[in-house]
Design a protein around this ligand. Structure first.
Ligand code: TGC
Ligand code: FAD
Length: 397
């Protein structure tokens, strides 16, 4: 007879292939054994250990769903199970990996020239080169179409552009080797993507200062990208994609990863809250878990985690069949981030005063999940994307 499994209430496991289960197991083992023991100190020190990307590269976890170039070539769902395993430990660790895998490697894989793919993808898959994705600017976040960063032809050096402008809140930027920068061509005003190689930038043309003292996502490193007439070869521009379709196509894949990733963070909180509620006793020596109000909090959270997981699996399958639309991805990104954040805030209550101690991990997830709800399209922006698709009327401007 089947038994109810509170860790997987709607038996999502039944929908995974043997290969997906094996990948998930490898990722979960690495994350629990190698990442979890480091996360508290990393979060306290606001320090991202660069070695993590190399470790993930060795295990084949980077760009996992890409074909060729040393990538594992898994299903979309398998790649999502990797993000879920990483985010079960910390959203910041997942961020560093998402940027590398989905935004930068995914973008190069989809839009890069043969030379760009040959040069960057394999070292990125192995974690030897680290990527960053620069779309957001100080004055333009939700509305990247208004970006001010420009690329103009080099006045004296043929085959080069000069990039100028500033990007902000860029994950990995202070330590990235390859920065994918989206800029408007001065001549046409069309947005194009450039691969800026730090090692090739003359002094003073590229600065990537870190943004310190974040109150979430502290186990990831975040910074700016400041370009001052930075010379970039035309060969480092994506040849055929122009307009917002370029960056948004990269975002489709990263937003998908987040939708399963945040389910990992939520599940971790459910498990920790359940353990705490069974151990902590109040009033006549009853465990907190005996109280109905506490049970409802766990039931709500487990239900949202189970529903969110199933929805993400469905969209992942459609994505592999070429049938997923951006609106579907907006729907699961918004819903899963919103429900994860809402539920972890409620589960935090179960820990009472101990929630204030980082040793219980819950406060860290709460702070992180606020940011997951904000980046890659804040939830209200996704509401408007979905609303536009429902009504045919756009509400942004
Ligand atoms: P809109 O008119 O909607 O579209 C402009 C062009 O882009 C195309 N497009 C897409 N293509 C592929 N996939 C998608 N999801 C697409 N969405 C739009 C569209 O077809 C059109 O193409 P064309 O050829 O007709 O020009 O553009 P808009 O300016 O009205 O956009 C509004 C809005 C709100 C949808 C958009 O700007 C938006 O999504 N804003 C949110 C910004 C955002 O998500 N930023 C993310 C920055 S990266 C990041 O946060 C990384 S954090 C990583 C980590 O640490 O994990
Ligand atoms: P704003 O656009 O100023 O929005 C502020 C608020 O107003 C939001 O709640 C928004 O929903 C709301 N709002 C805006 N317009 C409307 C509207 N028309 N109708 C209704 N409400 C509206 N970006 C990158 O490019 N690369 C990265 O690697 C990256 N990493 C990040 C890491 C961290 C830790 C953080 C915090 C951010 C990161 N971002 C990155 C930036 C992120 O994508 C933006 O913060 C996000 O897109 C929102 O932009 P904004 O902060 O400028 O907010």
């Amino acid at each position: 007879a089947s038994a109810f499994d509170w860790k997987d209430p709607l038996a999502s496991k039944n929908l995974f292939t043997e290969e997906e289960l094996a990948i998930a197991e490898t990722a979960e083992r690495y994350c629990q054994e190698q990442l979890l023991p480091r996360v508290l100190q990393a979060y306290r020190d606001e320090n991202y250990d660069r070695a993590i990307l190399s470790e993930m590269g060795e295990l084949g976890l980077l760009g996992a769903n890409l074909q060729g170039y040393g990538c594992a070539g898994t299903s979309t769902v398998a790649a999502g199970l990797i993000t879920r395993a990483v985010e079960r430990v910390d959203s910041g660790y997942r961020s560093g990996m998402s940027v590398q895998s989905s935004l930068v490697m995914g973008g190069i894989h989809e839009f890069g020239s043969a030379e760009q793919k040959d040069k960057f993808l394999e070292p990125m898959a192995r974690g030897k080169l680290l990527g960053a994705f620069g779309l957001t600017e100080p004055n333009h976040g939700s509305d990247p179409g208004s970006m001010e960063t420009t690329a103009r032809p080099h006045p004296t050096k043929n085959g080069y552009y000069l990039l100028s402008g500033a990007k902000t809140w860029i994950t990995n930027s202070p330590i990235a080797d390859v920065l994918m920068v989206w800029a408007k061509l001065a001549e046409t005003g069309k947005i194009r993507g450039f691969l800026v190689e730090r090692s090739a930038c003359p002094p003073g043309t590229l600065e990537t200062p870190a943004i310190k003292n974040k109150n979430g996502l502290r186990a990831s490193i975040t910074g700016m990208i400041q370009l001052d007439d930075c010379p970039v070869p035309a060969a480092n521009m994506f040849p055929d994609v122009e307009g917002l379709r370029g960056p948004f196509s990269c975002l489709n894949s990263a937003r998908y990863g987040i939708s399963l990733g945040v389910m990992g963070a939520l599940e971790d909180c459910i498990e920790r809250a359940r353990t705490y509620a069974l151990e902590r006793r109040q009033f006549k020596n009853n465990p907190l878990a005996k109280y109905q109000l506490v049970q409802k909090k766990l039931a709500d959270a487990a239900t949202d985690a189970a529903y969110g997981t199933l929805a993400a699996i469905q969209v992942g399958r459609l994505k592999d069949e070429g049938k997923a639309t951006p609106e579907m991805i907006s729907m699961i990104k918004r819903q899963n981030c919103d429900r994860a954040l809402h539920n972890v805030r409620v589960l935090q209550e179960i820990f009472g005063g101990n929630a204030a101690s980082d040793e219980y991990h819950i406060g860290r997830h709460v702070a992180n999940l606020f940011i997951t709800q904000t980046y890659e399209g804040q939830s209200d922006i996704h509401s408007l994307i979905i609303g536009r698709a429902i009504t045919g009327v756009q509400a942004f401007a």
